[in-house]
Write a protein that binds this ligand. Structure first.
Ligand code: ARG
Length: 589
């Protein structure tokens, strides 16, 4: 093997897959549908395992162990695998253990340059996330879409995709009928409202209006008329609507600034208001949509449930809805952005909506000769309080994000003040902000997104366990070491080829580092950032064992160099990893 590893070895798992596949193709009994299914192995058995022979042989009625044996013989003759230990195990697995020499070369070669910006290059991906509704403050329910969406978009971008971040704000919904009715009844002058309290005021007015509409049919009627007036472009109602949206957008901006979330486009539902009628007409004339009790709907007859439960795209009163807007939005994104893929990040309750939307697009676009983008619904569960129910304030309301962040920062500040009383005030505040926001994000991302998760300040702010503070602390520990040596962590030699790791901790840390690229690939496949969290947590733990068990200072030059190399690489991966989760890092805390 060359002193310098080729870039194709960056993702060892993928490289092994290619090699084993190629080898298999010249062996009797294998065919081109063989998938080696290379997996990261349990460390007792090796680093990787070729798992696929078993499934393949069973499918073909062959003996798996015999086939695996043939593959093994060929692999042992393969020059590229010469620095690995290979052995047959179980009913037909091949265990692969990388040599210390290989690990040393890999680490020396890829330290500071895990360039995976080719993986998705040439792909245009639109990601639709956050997307709150106006006239209300953002609350806990809005956290997950923002946090998960931000992390996914960073990952896609890091892997080379052209990512278009589009915030599909709900600024044209039925909430405005009720709200305008209530505003007019209370004779509120929207242009003279105090910005600081305006959203609270709108929320109060909305509650008042909707209570009224429930009791009093004439109020409900009034609300409907106000909505219709707005939709027809009545200037007074438009003015009220603009005032409400202005306040809302500015409040969202403030949250995004604190959460370090940015968008390329904010094309709210209202942007599509002149595009929805055309969609309905077209779907009807193409025979995809049909009338059903005065409404326009799409049945998906091949689907178990949607055969009888149609996708409603125009209500019987002629009003378009959320579905119509989403149809117009897919079309726009395809035409204007040339999206290869569109990802929607919302809670799990919208699964039916998106399934019906996707099924409709799959029937609609081919008839227009438009290619169908890959459509993905990345959904997530609910944020629970410590009592196991959806998280609420004591009085039963949703917790506002603004308060939540303030509380987090306050709690983190108390911790920082206790740990580092000597740090300047400004720095303590900065640390507290990064720790608190990082903790909120990490607690969310480290859970499998399709599960509900319990929001607990104690757990997320703890310095031990799978938490943001633990990882942030690991980062600062490595920075502290380099400061002590008066070195900068990202300088130093790359491409050291002579390092050979020897202690158990060095080897274990090196083995964890090589799994960074396959972990990123796994996250991309499933769009589940918790794989990355688990990986980083394990990396920080391996680093900790290494650092506690292996002296770095006071060792001779060779040992110092190779251990510093591991420190550099660990820092590099931890910092990139946290950045991909949307989490800022610190040099000391
Ligand atoms: N505004 C919606 C909500 O609050 C989310 C919108 C998601 N995006 C979309 N294109 N439907 O539930």
């Amino acid at each position: 093997m060359n002193e310098n590893l080729e870039a194709s070895w960056l993702d060892i798992k993928a490289k092994l897959t290619t090699i084993f596949y190629t080898l298999s193709q010249s062996i009797d009994g294998f065919s081109d549908d063989f998938d080696p299914e290379v997996r990261v192995a349990d460390s007792r058995f090796g680093d990787f395992q070729v798992n696929g022979v078993l499934r393949f042989a069973k499918g073909k009625g062959e003996n798996p162990r015999e086939l695996a044996q043939k593959l093994l013989i060929r692999a042992k003759e393969c020059e590229e695998l010469s620095s690995m230990e290979l052995e047959l195990s179980g009913p037909g697995f091949i265990n692969i253990r990388l040599s210390a020499l290989f690990l040393g070369r890999w680490i020396g070669n890829f330290c500071g340059r895990c360039d995976i910006s080719q993986w998705l290059s040439g792909k245009t991906i639109v990601i639709d996330y956050s997307s709150p509704n106006t006239a209300k403050q953002m609350h806990v329910g809005h956290l997950r879409s923002m946090i998960i969406g931000e992390s996914i978009q960073r990952l896609l971008r890091f892997c080379g995709a052209k990512v278009i971040r589009d915030n599909h704000i709900g600024d044209w919904g039925t909430q405005f009928g009720i709200l305008i009715m209530a505003i007019k009844r209370a004779k509120v002058n929207v242009s003279a409202m105090d910005e600081a309290t305006a959203l609270d005021e709108f929320e109060r007015l909305y509650r008042e209006g909707s209570d009224l509409a429930k009791e009093d049919i004439s109020a409900l009627d009034e609300a409907r008329k106000e909505l219709l007036l707005l939709q027809r472009g009545d200037s007074e109602n438009l003015k009220i609507w603009e005032a409400i949206n202005g306040v809302s957008y500015r409040a969202f901006e403030e949250i995004y600034r604190q959460m370090d979330v940015t968008f390329d486009y904010v094309l709210g539902e209202s942007f599509y208001r002149d595009k929805v009628d055309h969609v309905c007409d077209e779907l009807e004339s193409l025979g995809i949509a049909e009338e059903d009790n005065g409404a326009l709907v799409v049945f998906h007859r091949e689907h178990e449930r949607f055969r009888t439960q149609p996708f409603l795209i125009r209500k019987s009163d002629g009003a378009s809805n959320y579905a119509t807007t989403d149809l117009a939005t897919v079309l726009y994104r395809e035409k204007e952005f040339h999206a290869d893929e569109i990802i929607y990040v919302t809670d799990g309750r919208q699964q039916d909506h998106f399934q019906q939307l996707f099924l409709t697009v799959e029937r609609w676009f081919p008839l227009k000769d438009i290619s169908i983008p890959i459509l993905k619904h990345v959904w997530f569960g609910t944020v629970l309080g410590e009592d196991g129910h959806a998280i609420k304030t004591r009085s039963g309301e949703s917790i506002k994000l603004k308060q939540l962040m303030e509380e987090g920062i306050g709690r983190a500040l108390a911790i920082v003040e206790e740990k580092n009383p000597s740090f300047p005030e400004e720095e303590r505040r900065k640390i507290a902000r990064i720790v608190a926001i990082g903790a909120i994000k990490y607690a969310d991302l480290s859970q499998n997104r399709t599960n509900d998760y319990v929001f607990s300040w104690e757990k997320m702010l703890a310095f031990d366990g799978n938490t943001a503070p633990y990882l942030l602390y690991a980062v600062t520990r490595i920075h502290a070491l380099f400061r002590k040596l008066a070195l900068t962590p990202n300088s130093g030699e790359h491409g050291l080829s002579a390092v050979v790791f020897s202690t158990a901790e060095e080897l274990a840390l090196a083995r964890q580092l090589i799994n960074f690229p396959p972990t990123i690939k796994q996250v991309l496949e499933d769009l589940r950032p918790h794989y990355l969290c688990t990986y980083l947590f394990e990396l920080a733990s391996e680093f900790s064992s290494f650092y506690n068990g292996n002296r770095i200072l006071g060792e001779d030059e060779d040992i110092l160099e190779k251990r510093l190399l591991l420190c550099r690489f660990t820092l590099y991966v931890l910092e990139i990893g946290l950045h991909l989760l949307g989490i800022e890092t610190l040099e000391r805390m």
